[in-house]
Design a protein around this ligand. Sequence first.
Ligand code: GTP
Length: 420
Amino acid sequence: MTTERGSALSGEDEEDTALGYYDDEDDLEAFSDAELGCEDGVFSDSLNGEVKPRILLMGLRRSGKSSIQKVVFHKMSPNETLFLESTNKICREDVSSSSFVSFQIWDFPGQIDFFDPTFDYEMIFRGTGALIFVIDSQDDYVEALSRLHLTVTRAYKVNPDINFEVFIHKVDGLSDDHKIEKQRDIHKRANDDLADAGLERIHLSIYDHSIFEAFSKVVQKLIPQLPTLENLLNIFISNSGIEKAFLFDVVSKIYIATDSSPVDMQTYELCCDMIDVVIDISCIYGLTDSEGGLPYDKESMAIIHLNNTTVMYLKEVTKFLAMVCFLRKESFERKGCGLWKTFCRTVLKSKLVLAHQVMRLNANADARQARLIDYNFHCFKNAIQEVFDVRVKVQQNRKLLSQRRWSKLSMTNGVLSNPH
Ligand SMILES: Nc1nc2c(ncn2[C@@H]2O[C@H](COP(=O)(O)OP(=O)(O)OP(=O)(O)O)[C@@H](O)[C@H]2O)c(=O)[nH]1
């Protein structure tokens, strides 16, 4: 099983093309609101009407901002980040891998100066959904904390709706005790500083674990449909004998929702490993020569038996999303015939053979239970599609509205500039 997050799956940026990321490393030094499509404080692409929340990556020089972005969204291996050059201008990137996961990341150079009059921080903070402040835990963080304080107070004044997140980064060299101690210290000092400034209402989320997990939490807060997705997952697992279910964005391995039971890191990492395995094996066996693009489609599914009576089950939900579930072996065997048939069909069609311990067909399988789980998954998938459709409709309406506004504006300008 591979743990390297290295299977690069990048494509084009269009909504309809699968799982696309693209680089848009524009020089934003001379930007204006109009150029950036910043309208009413929210970044929107005025032509397609889509509103993309903005995530800012800030922190001192060499704290690891660009590395985080490259590892999570470009599948760069952590070792390669050693060769990253220092960022000397704001780098903007669109992440639109799915209808639910769509935002912009702005990576700031560490030395940015808020007092520089050419730096229009008001415009930047106005359209921001989340501000991630990265702190290098292996460095003396006193300066980082004072910079955090300055950044948060400035940003909050402009836009009190920003989610402030602190990533305590580079914890790999620290012992577990040391990690906990540092996290506690940073937490206390950061919050004390804010309380001293009368800003105790600001909530700082502080993460010191996997950047994938931390990023998942940040992105989830920007998904308006999150409560609906969580509800659907709760209903699905409670009616299907499933213990835990995640909805994953397959490319970034960000989980965009899970049921309401707590998440532990090990479970999350197992899910990431399973996605890697599915994609890696599908890359080798899942595509015929004539096919191109991503080896992930309607037929994608996998079952892995762990040696502790737990079964992991992955299934395609949409072309961007996968459900990854954890079941007890007993519940899984009761699934019996229904799943087995689906599995065989999948193996034949996509040549994807994943269950190393071949699943035994339980002759006495409770067919009713099997039908129930398959039926529940089918309902879940339809419900997700409905949520997706609503969002598409909202976007289409926005597009129409902005087109109308645009043509009205051009007409008015035309009339004004033409005295006849
Ligand atoms: N040990 C360790 N080193 C890391 C980690 N993440 C990044 N680094 C290293 O930290 C150095 C700086 O990383 P960058 O991502 O360039 O830092 P940055 O914050 O973007 O820096 P600026 O662009 O100068 O603001 C690189 O040498 C990385 O290899 C980590 O998790 N652990």
